[in-house]
Write a protein that binds this ligand. Structure first.
Ligand code: PMP
Length: 385
């Protein structure tokens, strides 16, 4: 087989399964409205749950940061790219989440890859929730450690896997809020199962941080659980981008020695760290509370209305509200119909989700208004017939 055949075959397989992914260049993508092709759509695809991506204080902080530090960091944090803006943000994050240390990463994907590859060795074992994000599972399967997956949120299956013989260390991996389902992990029980077997727990709270818990401290805070490793990302509730790992002093020092994504990669622009500080200030403030409250009332409105239709509601009390429709073709057809009616919704298909569970991944944000939810339901109702 030639290179060209290999590429063509892979594309043809995706096309014939209605699973070919494509991107649409939008003129404006975050916020209540999405603009593309000179049209305006109600945006139900954005992870900017609190509407902070265009918050004037945060935008200004980025601009001021750029004026002060320039637009780039100039290098890896181990050379010259670690500024006082990075340091102050790390301290503020550690203080907020009550961990000894925080380390910044350029993205959640990089943070997950870094921590797993730096920690896991040949005789170790990773026991991960089957529905964990691709960045976690890919890092786990590329690492020299063995990987076992437990049935989604099933603590007894997790415990059985942890009880299997293992000569090295064990790491349990899960998410706070699952990205494609919107449901929440039973973190206290998971942590208990891990601790009694001397395993550490890594929680990726990409979708909970900023959005749930007191002052937006996320899923772990809400369940009063302190995993040994907490990954938070800033492209969703924070409205910006980047990520951090919260951990002990010694784990932070260890990662600074062995996390190659930190050592051999340009650090985030200091101006972005300034914007993240501003975003954190909003998240912790009364304004953050008001934004979370508004989002929650929109979620409740949506769920009450879907309950009165033929669509099946997922077990989700958060901003991610998937409507599972099953076949790829039906999911695509529905997404296209919704788009023609002015609602921007993405069809998520395998391999991102298990086969036969293609879905519309609807996300609500505090930028929506109650009438937007009503409009979505009206269009869904028509499209579902
Ligand atoms: N973890 C989870 C659970 C995610 O949903 C995502 C992004 N979709 C990531 C990590 C990756 O984060 P980032 O976008 O910052 O790379």
């Amino acid at each position: 087989m030639t290179w060209q055949q290999k590429i063509d075959d892979a594309l043809a397989a995706r096309r014939s399964a209605d699973a070919l992914r494509r991107r649409d260049a939008v003129t404006q993508g975050a916020g209540r409205w999405l603009e593309a092709d000179n049209q305006r759509y109600l945006n139900f695809s954005s992870n900017d749950y609190l509407g902070l991506s265009h918050h004037p204080h945060i935008v200004r902080a980025w601009q001021q940061g750029a004026a002060r530090f320039g637009v780039g960091s100039g290098g890896s944090g181990h050379v010259s790219g670690y500024s006082i803006a990075h340091q102050q943000l790390e301290e503020a994050l550690a203080d907020w989440l009550e961990y000894p240390r925080a380390l910044l990463f350029i993205s959640g994907f990089a943070a997950n890859q870094a921590v797993i590859t730096a920690l896991m060795a040949k005789d170790d074992r990773i026991v991960a929730d089957r529905l964990s994000h691709a960045s976690l599972l890919e890092a786990a399967s590329l690492s020299p450690a063995s990987l076992r997956r437990f049935t989604h949120n099933d603590v007894s299956h997790l415990a059985r896997l942890l009880d299997g013989p293992c000569s090295g260390q064990q790491l349990v991996v899960t998410e706070g809020v699952f990205s494609m389902d919107g449901d929440i992990a039973p973190l206290a029980k998971i942590h208990q199962a891990a601790r009694t077997r001397n395993a550490w727990l890594l929680v990726d709270d990409a979708h909970g941080i900023g959005v749930s818990g007191k002052e937006g401290r996320g899923s772990c805070w809400q369940q009063q659980v302190k995993p040994e490793l907490l990954v938070v990302t800033f492209g969703k509730g924070f409205g910006v981008g980047g990520a951090a790992i919260l951990c002990s002093e010694s784990v932070a020092d260890y990662l600074l020695q062995f996390a190659r994504h930190l050592i051999y990669s340009t650090s985030m622009p200091p101006a972005q760290a300034m914007a993240l500080q501003a975003s954190l200030a909003v998240i912790r403030s009364a304004e953050g509370d008001a934004r979370r409250e508004k989002l929650n009332s929109l979620i409740q409105r949506f769920r009450a209305a879907v309950d009165r239709t033929d669509f099946a509601l997922a077990e989700s009390a958060c901003a991610i509200q998937p409507l599972i429709v099953g076949e790829n073709t039906r999911a695509l057809r529905l997404a296209n119909t919704l788009r023609r009616q002015g609602c921007w919704v993405t069809a998520i298909r395998p391999p991102t989700v298990p086969a036969g569970t293609a879905r519309l991944r609807l996300t609500l944000t505090q930028d929506h208004e109650p009438e937007d939810i009503d409009r979505l339901l009206e269009v869904l109702h028509g499209a579902g017939q």
